[in-house]
Design a protein around this ligand. Sequence first.
Ligand SMILES: Cc1c2[nH]c(c1CCC(=O)O)Cc1[nH]c(c(CCC(=O)O)c1C)Cc1[nH]c(c(CCC(=O)O)c1C)Cc1[nH]c(c(C)c1CCC(=O)O)C2
Length: 356
Amino acid sequence: MAKPENDTFIRALLRQPTDYTPVWMMRQAGRYLPEYNQTRARAGDFLSLCKNPNLATEVTLQPLARFSLDAAILFSDILTIPDAMGLGLYFAEGEGPRFERPLREEWEIRSLIAPDPDTHLRYVLDAVTQIRKALCNQVPLIGFSGSPFTLACYMVEGGSSSDFRQIKTMLYARPDLLHHILEVTANAVTAYLNAQIEAGAQAVMIFDSWGGALSHAAYQEFSLHYMQHILAGLKREHDGVRIPNIVFTKGGGLWLESIVESGCDAVGLDWTIDIGEARRRVQGKVALQGNLDPAVLFSSPDIIAAEVEKVLASYGHGHGHVFNLGHGISQFTPPEHALALVEAVHALSAKYHTSQ
Ligand SMILES: Cc1c2[nH]c(c1CCC(=O)O)Cc1[nH]c(c(CCC(=O)O)c1C)Cc1[nH]c(c(CCC(=O)O)c1C)Cc1[nH]c(c(C)c1CCC(=O)O)C2
């Protein structure tokens, strides 16, 4: 399959030379865009939007029509896997995700089965195929999944949580049960990401949004270990083309060295770590993605450009940097400020890519 006309993002993930620093934004298709809210209203609700490949394609392309982003990301959610496992996902208005049947009883946990993506997650694979067609090879498409630990948080808590009381109780009192959930989920994620790659995803990202809530030892045992297992089973090539992967543990700056050893191509960083320090610590073994504080986008175009420059300067001269926010873009971001970010990255980064 032909490589994208703009393959800057893929090249940066593989630490190859590029003329500038590529940029995309986590949650780039979302509620800060009025056109997203319109499509979502047509779908009825968020989950129906995810499950309709035509509408998922439409919203995936919306931010690309406004900004010259260097990658598209599949419009979906990390919770499609537990939904396909039969937990009954729904979104209560204004309250975030919920499960009708959270995992609590041992028999429920023991009967958990990894869904076959070709049947139970067909709508996601159809969206990937359709988005690739609509992109006409202009920029690469990123596929994604949640990490097993992050998915387990929602599956056990039954929704979002501020203290992770249920899952941490299980972690300390019944680690065997949590390990079972994580093992089944890791197998599900591996099959799901490989199916996305087969359907046309040109890079894949694992979102470990809650790994940072764990203790040092528990992170290695309950989150990183299972991401490592996924990375070992991931297709690294499709049709002769390398498919790079990105691991993003929010709050994972402390564990950078061990994340690097997991076998990933790139590490996503939240805004709490200095990207120059992160670069020194990873010793050229992986690319880095990040890491502007999304709250910077509430300021003004001038301030945004100055903050972009700080991140670029901290990373410094050379390759292997994909610019991104340190977490998803807020729904309260003015779209013109997202535009200012993308333009600033392109305008200010070229000087860091000249041959020295
Ligand atoms: C934890 C998590 C979820 N989903 C996701 C994560 C990991 C990333 C992170 O840490 O934020 C990942 C995700 N969710 C969504 C994407 C789409 C791709 C993209 O543009 O980046 C991606 C990559 C769409 C979405 N997923 C969701 C929305 C908003 C839904 C809406 O339209 O009402 C979008 C655009 C809903 C969602 N989905 C989830 C939550 C907690 C919520 C509610 C959040 C909120 O209300 O702000 C679970």
